[in-house]
Design a protein around this ligand. Structure first.
Ligand code: SME
Length: 166
């Protein structure tokens, strides 16, 4: 496994093109999901210096209700549990689709883990060959309107890659 990232592209799309094969390579021979999600979060953080980047995994609770539970991440302390339909993450899970939020203050029910977060993208990861959401990729920015269709497209490709490792 390569221990260092190759980062030469200066534009966003180019940088995603650069890191996706490296994430594929780093996670190819590792069967442990936590290890793979942890390295993926580290690579995204290093490539883009996102304010917060990480994963919430769908897990069943003692009460029987499934919730999103905090997984590997890079960035400040975060909320540990999110209910289905709550916040940006819980809404992306319930609606099974990517949500790009240019201004978190305008998203009804946004969960402010950090008051410094201004914009956000949440991308669902589906179980292989299924429409069941098993986790979400969550990325936060300190700036408004950080995320666009380029992020959505590439992060959805990342979600497919990670789904194959589930
Ligand atoms: N803002 C998210 C909660 C997770 S933190 O951003 C890490 C939401 O509204 O679901």
């Amino acid at each position: 496994m390569a221990e260092t990232l190759t980062l030469t592209a200066t534009d966003k799309a180019g940088r995603y093109e650069e890191i996706l094969p490296q994430i594929a390579s780093v996670t190819a021979d590792e069967t442990d999901r936590t290890a793979n999600l942890a390295n993926t979060a580290a690579i995204l953080k290093e490539a883009f210096d996102f304010f917060w980047v990480g994963f919430y995994e769908v897990k069943s609770t003692d009460g029987g209700e499934a919730q999103l539970v905090l997984g590997p991440f890079q960035g400040p302390l975060a909320c540990t549990r999110i209910r289905r339909g709550r916040g940006v993450c819980g809404t992306a899970w319930a609606e099974r689709r990517t949500l790009v939020v240019p201004d978190v203050d305008l998203f009804p029910g946004h969960i402010a883990c950090s008051s410094l977060s201004r914009s956000e993208i949440v991308v669902p990861i589906f179980a292989p060959d299924s429409d069941e959401v098993v986790a979400v990729i969550d990325i936060d920015s300190r700036e408004p309107a950080t995320f666009d269709d380029t992020d959505r497209r590439h992060l959805e490709r990342l979600a497919v890659l990670l789904s194959a490792r589930w």
